[in-house]
Design a binder for this molecule. Sequence first.
Ligand code: BMA
Length: 362
Amino acid sequence: MHDILQFFKLLKMEKGKEDIMPKVELFTEELNNIPWQEKPEGFEGPVWRYSENPIIKRNPTKEIGRIFNSAVIPYEGAFIGVFRAEKADGIPMLYLGRSEDAIHWSFEEESIPFVDESGEPYVPVYAYDPRLLKIEDTYYMIWCTDFYGAALGLAKTKDFKTFVRLENPFIPFNRNGVLFPRKVDGKFLLLSRPSDSGHTPFGDIFLSESPDLTYWGKHRHVMGNTHNQWWQSVKIGAGPAPIETSEGWLLFYHGVSGTCNGFVYSMGACILDKENPSIVRYRCGTYLLTPEEWYEERGFVPNVVFPCATLQDKKTGRIAIYYGAADSYVGLAFTTADEIVTYIKENDAKSQGDDTIGISKR
Ligand code: BMA
């Protein structure tokens, strides 16, 4: 009798799951060659790691000691990426990498040779945490650079041969700039995280818009740190470019916890309103990845999981997430659009004000 009751209970749970399990559509391109591994048998969470992590190990070239927090994109049937790499001087710079399978990468030995808009060579003092995306027919990269303190750097390319550095979007201090992959209402959209000049013990995500990538305004608060979820209680920062889905913009981000042994960086996710992305529709209260593996816990900076890029396939809904691990390696993790959106909705724990337009504190 007990078994029969249990059976019906499980059936009801499964049925209930189906009802809330959306068939989430990705408004992205079909990409049937992205890295993929099925979820391991018995694994409970919505995001699982690639079994061969880290995909980029220490000393990946003769001169580069570490590559992490980097961005990749499909290009001409294969993949290209902008990588945060550090040579023996320890100064982060951006390097180009290419791959056939988006797992095994080869890197250029010299950092990206930017020119400014008048064609003169431009060498950033430092450059780190790049994001890379295509808007219309142009590729943009945005990163953290020096501009009398930490600020956002921006450049464009059409062919990955000529890289034109554009004016910095904002005054200092700011980090974690992330552009949207298309204009919304005719405007470029940019997420950013105002900061200080050091390791910043605070930080909320804001949204700004621009008609031309030069003049930025209509700044909106998107969401902040939380006090009741400790994994994101110090600060948060946008991760990969938001992914457009039938449920809204899927945004992976990092959340930081303060411990007596320093910051711990985990990955979380939320869904932003489609038309008005300063409104958070759902925000997952629990982290999706937190440092657990040796390459996340041990490295130049221990306990860091820092997502910077995704590749996704419209047809299957598969999503591959690239993240920096312990400021030393690049890791890869997987989910699907259905699975992640369902999980975010089931674990929704928005904070007060997340669901407002963010024009002033209520
Ligand atoms: C942040 C950035 C990231 C880094 C993280 C942990 O402030 O500098 O590049 O991964 O700290 O060190």
